[in-house]
Write a protein that binds this ligand. Structure first.
Ligand code: GUN
Length: 301
């Protein structure tokens, strides 16, 4: 194994420490306590774990955490009414509606109802537009976390060939925009891309966000490339015992680590960075809402 393993877990701890210090300072200097409201509709087990972790880490950082757990039968109107109340609540600076939502609720309509300045997920079209044109806005947490890890291991992203595999609104598209903002030459590849292995082999920076276990093989990687694996896929692991499973990324880690210059593991790579960036985004939102300077170094090394 030749690649440097990028430790997202340790990096996330450092961000959370900086967030906690900044929250303490905002409280002492301005009497401001940032607040994050997390809304979960239904009983999806994975979402319940995510929401619990988000709420716990929010409280641990000294911020206010407002958890709204609604039954799966909640109507779209009831959810929109809750979002309107959170928009108007001055103790709430960040609003996150956990996805996926039940099928009878139009997620796009709900995201559209969130005040863009409290949209700490960065999913609102206004924030997508701000990112695209280079205005200040809220940047989606997972791509933001990927960029932090990338910057840690690359002195200069400018001019590098970056390939993002996956074109979701949550990861692939904002990731491409962030890389473009860093002056990378960006390709977005997807399920219809012809000769995907050859496209990946061009990449100095390869971001995998397709949701297909170990799809990207070692011989798709350019020697020395930085590989950022966003995938979190649970696969059967009979070698660990009957009914056992394990987590793998979208990249075949062992193969890729032989070739890459640096690579994120799964778990322990991008995953922990998402909540850390969510906390940082909540501090940023609170500062902007109160007209205070946004702390510049929450995400820096
Ligand atoms: N579901 C899976 N990831 C996310 C996320 O980052 N934000 C929200 N709101 N829902 C999710």
């Amino acid at each position: 194994m030749g690649a440097r393993i990028i430790d997202g877990k340790a990096r996330a701890v450092r961000i959370r420490e900086k967030v906690a210090a900044e929250v303490a300072r905002l409280g002492a200097d301005h009497g401001l306590v940032p607040g994050l409201a997390v809304v979960l509709v239904g009983e999806d087990p994975a979402s319940q774990v995510y929401v619990r972790n988000k709420a716990r880490q929010t409280a641990e950082s000294g911020m206010r955490s407002f958890e709204h757990r609604l039954p799966g039968a909640t109507s779209e109107k009831e959810l929109l009414d809750l979002v309107a109340r959170l928009n108007a609540d001055s103790a709430v600076h960040g609003i996150l509606v956990q996805l996926p939502l039940p099928a009878h609720i139009d997620a796009a309509r709900v995201i559209d109802a969130i005040d863009p300045d409290k949209d700490v997920d960065g999913f609102h079209v206004v924030n997508a537009g701000r990112l695209m044109v280079g205005f200040e806005g809220m940047v989606p947490c997972t791509p933001l976390g990927c960029l932090v890890l990338l910057r840690d291991v690359m002195d200069d992203v400018s001019g590098a060939e970056a390939v993002v595999v996956g074109r979701s609104n949550i990861v692939g598209k904002p990731m491409a925009q962030l890389l473009l903002r860093e002056n990378a030459t960006v390709t977005i590849a997807h399920s219809r891309t012809r000769d995907l292995p050859a496209v990946c082999r061009r990449a100095d920076i390869l971001v995998a966000a397709v949701g297909r276990p170990e799809m990207i093989r070692g011989d798709w990687i350019k020697p020395g490339a930085v590989v950022i694996d966003v995938g979190i896929n649970r696969v059967p692991a009979p070698e660990r015992g009957e009914g056992k499973s394990r987590l793998v990324g979208d990249v075949a880690f062992a193969e890729a680590a032989e070739v890459a210059g640096a690579i994120t593991p799964v778990p322990g790579g991008v995953g922990p960075m998402t909540i850390a960036c969510l906390l940082a985004n909540t501090v940023t939102a609170a500062c902007r809402i109160h007209g205070l300077p946004v702390p510049a170094d929450l995400l820096s090394g």
